[in-house]
Design a protein around this ligand. Structure first.
Ligand SMILES: Nc1nc2c(ncn2[C@@H]2O[C@H](COP(=O)(O)OP(=O)(O)OP(=O)(O)O)[C@@H](O)[C@H]2O)c(=O)[nH]1
Ligand SMILES: [Mg+2]
Length: 295
């Protein structure tokens, strides 16, 4: 992670990953906005606020929006309950889901139709409801599960999915049954993240590629977070008996347990970082959220 102002020792993690395709994608989103009835903004349920994107949000103007907080199966269920309550008071249409739960996901489309129809009636009192095509645009940060959601709704593998941020690089229309069309769009980062905590959270959930965010910094942060958190899965998986252990000692333990050793028995720290990040992202180190609703 690139750091500025590090002379003070405090350090501001200034994250900056905004490749050309994202700038282009944002321009195209603005251009195509008038072709769609409603936007589905996909966020990560583990980081519900910091996976929002103000620039992207501002680009949507007055367009109606439903926020889908995806990957609840990876999030701490107790923290998710707090977020559910917090967002219920916000009067903003939203869903907390995980992609495996197709039945829950399918409720998004009727809700979208209802919002679109209600909006048409409000803006035109003479409007008579007719069965028209519903067009949705799916937007959000990279790797939040936009393409997976489309595939689940379409019941087929229509959009390319990958466990890495930046998979989708072009817009694509996908037809569903029942007169619904969805536009997949590339994940878009905010042009700059200057909140160090947020940058670390987004790196941990893999919204930012590891070669940009720096695996060592992300893995250190994550291990610290897991040592402080309520989940036992991390401790059990790596046979760490006590939470009263430094991050460096935890890393050495993992290196020994998993045989991550270089010649002369030196620990291969890079391999440990990769293992911890990969297993965390698969949910094998427990269900973990970052941050809690503001008081
Ligand atoms: N555990 C879990 N994994 C999910 C869920 N939704 C998506 N994924 C995984 O998240 C990864 C990213 O999914 P994509 O659908 O490619 O994400 P995207 O938002 O389209 O990513 P970009 O195209 O890079 O912006 C894949 O490995 C999916 O299998 C979910 O609800 N739970
Ligand atoms: Mg995608």
């Amino acid at each position: 992670m690139k750091r500025e102002n590090d002379k003070s020792g405090v350090g501001t993690a200034l994250f900056n990953w905004y490749p050309g395709h994202m700038a282009k994608a944002l321009r195209e989103i603005k251009q195509k906005l008038n072709m769609v009835d409603i936007v589905l903004e996909i966020r990560d349920a583990r980081v519900p606020l910091a996976t929002g994107n103000r620039e992207l949000h501002d680009s949507l103007g007055q367009k109606k929006r439903i926020i889908v907080f995806n990957k609840t199966n990876l999030a701490d269920p107790d923290v998710t309950k707090l977020w559910v309550k917090w967002f219920e008071e916000k009067n903003e249409p939203h869903f907390f889901v995980n992609c495996l739960d197709k039945a829950a996901l399918r409720k998004v489309i009727p809700m979208a139709r209802q919002i679109v129809e209600a909006n048409r009636k409000t803006s035109n009192p003479d409007y008579v409801e007719t069965k028209t095509k519903l067009k949705l645009m799916i937007v959000g940060l990279p790797n939040t599960g936009k393409s997976t959601i489309i595939n689940q709704l379409a019941n087929r593998s229509a959009a390319k999915v990958a466990d890495k941020p930046g998979q989708t690089q072009m817009q694509q229309w996908i037809e569903l049954e029942n007169d619904v069309e969805l536009m997949d769009t590339p994940g878009i980062m905010p042009p700059k993240i200057d909140n160090e905590k947020h940058a670390l959270w987004l790196s941990a959930i893999h919204a930012i590629p590891d070669d940009i965010a720096d695996e060592q910094t992300t893995a250190h942060f994550l291990i610290q977070h897991l040592l402080c958190g309520p989940t036992q899965a991390f401790m059990e998986r790596f046979k760490i008996e006590s939470k009263d252990i430094s991050v460096d000692d935890a890393i050495l333990k993992i290196a020994t347990l998993r045989g991550c050793l270089k010649p002369k028995g030196l620990p291969d720290l890079d391999r440990v970082y990769k293992i911890v990040l990969a297993e965390f992202r698969k949910g094998e180190l427990g269900r973990v959220s970052f941050g809690a609703p503001p008081k």
